[in-house]
Design a protein around this ligand. Structure first.
Ligand code: HEM
Length: 516
């Protein structure tokens, strides 16, 4: 049997191309590598090594130790000079700003300092979803869909959580082992999907599998694209190399698109007021209506999947961290459990109950202080010709800025004994200052402030934080009320995964659960 070498239509054998194409690819790769060594000039002090040298230093590469370099910049540049420092992040130069500029994140218009343009470029999203991130639909769905209906949504989340517990944990009479991060992720993904996707799919195992794969793929693809030495051909190269990620999108779309299309057709054909499903498909249909580009099943389905990415992984990491901390310092368990039992006993599984858990709330805020999902938040790209900060400092269009959140959270000028985990730190501060406001108070877990930056700050601060904190409280309360927890031989916090300044709770740590 012989294998014929394919011949191109105009009869030039492909072997004729091999040498020149290889040469061009080698030249481009070398150019990319050289650019990896190049550090463009900046008006600010540069921190960290060139990308390539950092990568060659193996496990100490900046990608895996980013938080230390950011902390160094904060200590050596920001604190003594109150000026920004510059550092490579996601393969590009970022100006890390002192906290005095946080006020400008509040003042700037949403499209002057853009979070989504920044995210899309950092994660090379343009290569997989085009200009999806130029749209306001994702934010609208959370802000105008979810946040205003939280009291109605909590009972639905609670039902889904009960179902998720039955599916993922069951009722073990003896100690049963689970990988904590995996368990939190599965439960959170199911609960999040109940509202962010809807009843048709939230229990569909194919959808759950393909959307979980996609959630992981967004981050992994973004990371791999950052690390490729693509030089000036970065945009083109990312399009080419994102093919696996695009396949993951197609797979998830196969599961979700038929449902969205059906709902789209119903929405077109019926009196719009008669349809009031409590889910994000409904709100996407409503909020995109009249917008030609967005009001179609493909755009809506893609947008839902990307909101799911924002809304599922980070809160799951938070729940994992809550479990680890409770096991590491078991003295917290009794007060947290008693508080949950009392609130649920009084108000049932309602929004009111979740808002009546000041200790759990404080525990969450303290975890977000010490173990935020990122050492850096408030990443933005300047979209105006120039952006002028309140003190006259200016940056031109295309500049990237960010805030060293973890360094600020652990600055002794902001918190006494900042490296110590004090689960009830914020409950104590709240009691000391309480002015009568019962819910989202000054020291509440979902209140952003200049020293609580885990959810960002300003016009683009996380719109999903109210939903996220409620889901974390709900899942954690059910877990500690229904199960005993333990782990074996663990003496310190299981190390987090740190990649490009983003953290993930330890992915391997086993815990044991037994029904109470
Ligand atoms: C523990 C959970 C979560 C954490 C730590 C978190 C963190 C963040 C951060 C740091 C930002 C950027 C804010 C800034 O730069 O100022 C952000 C933005 C955003 N998050 Fe979250 N998030 C969480 C949960 C959620 C959930 C459940 C949703 C709901 C779908 C969500 C939706 C969004 C959206 C839509 C934005 C963009 C906001 C805008 O540009 O106006 N997040 N989040």
């Amino acid at each position: 049997m012989s294998i014929s070498v394919p011949v191109l239509p105009w009869n030039i054998p492909p072997s004729s191309f091999t040498a020149p194409v290889s040469l061009i690819l080698c030249l481009l790769a070398s150019l990319g590598l050289l650019l990896g060594l190049h550090q463009p000039k900046s008006q600010f002090t540069r921190v960290g090594k060139p990308w390539l040298l950092s990568l060659l230093s193996g496990k100490h590469a900046m990608s895996f130790t980013m938080e230390h370099h950011v902390a160094e910049g904060y200590r050596k540049v920001i604190k003594p000079t109150n000026r920004p420092f510059v550092m490579k992040w996601w393969a590009r130069d970022y100006n890390f700003l002192p906290p005095k500029y946080l006020v400008d994140f509040k003042r700037a218009g949403t499209h002057s300092l853009s979070f989504f343009e920044n995210l899309s470029t950092a994660f090379s999203m343009y290569a997989s979803v085009g200009d999806l991130y130029s749209s306001d639909l994702m934010v609208d769905v959370v802000k105008r869909g979810i946040n205003v209906r939280l009291p109605k949504l909590v009972p639905l989340l609670s039902d889904e959580c009960d179902y998720a517990f039955r599916r993922e944990i069951g009722g073990p009479k003896e100690w049963k082992a689970f990988t904590a991060a995996q368990l939190s992720q599965k439960i959170m993904h199911r609960v999040t999907s109940r509202i962010l996707i809807g009843t048709e799919l939230c229990r569909d195992e194919n959808y759950l599998r393909s959307s979980t794969t996609l959630n992981n793929s967004v981050f992994i693809n973004g990371l791999v694209m950052t690390m490729l030495p693509l030089g000036p051909l970065r945009r083109l190269g990312c399009h080419f190399f994102s093919f696996l990620h695009r396949r993951n999108i197609r797979n998830a779309m196969k599961d979700i698109l038929p449902v969205v299309t059906k709902r789209f057709e119903e929405f077109q054909n019926q009196d719009k007021d008669s349809l009031e499903a409590l889910d994000a498909i409904q709100w996407s249909l409503e909020f995109s209506a009249g917008n030609k580009k967005e009001h179609n099943p493909e755009w809506i389905a893609l947008s839902l999947l990307h909101n799911l990415w924002a809304g599922s992984a980070a809160p799951a990491g938070l729940v994992t961290q809550m479990i680890f901390q409770t096991l590491l310092e078991p003295q917290y368990l009794d007060p947290l459990r008693s508080e949950a039992v009392k609130a649920i006993g009084t108000y049932g599984w309602t929004d009111k109950a979740l808002s009546s858990m000041p200790l759990i709330d404080s525990f969450i805020r303290e975890l977000n202080r010490l173990y935020p999902t990122g050492a850096v938040t408030c990443a933005r790209t300047v979209m105006d010709k120039t952006f002028q900060f309140h003190d006259g400092f200016q940056l031109p269009r295309g500049s990237r800025i960010a805030i060293p959140a973890l360094a600020i959270h652990t600055d002794p000028d902001n918190f006494p004994d900042p490296m110590k985990f004090d689960g009830f730190r914020f409950a104590k501060m709240n009691t000391a200052e309480k002015s009568g406001e019962e819910t989202e108070a000054k020291w509440g877990a979902s209140t952003v402030s200049e020293t609580n930056l885990a959810f960002g700050f300003g016009k683009h601060s996380c719109t999903g934080r109210f939903y996220a904190v409620r889901k974390a409280k709900l899942i954690f309360s059910k877990l500690i009320m229904q199960y005993d927890l333990k782990w074996e031989g663990v003496m310190s916090m299981p190390p987090r995964l740190s990649i490009n300044g983003q953290f993930a709770a330890n992915q391997l740590q086993k815990i044991f659960l037994k029904q109470r």
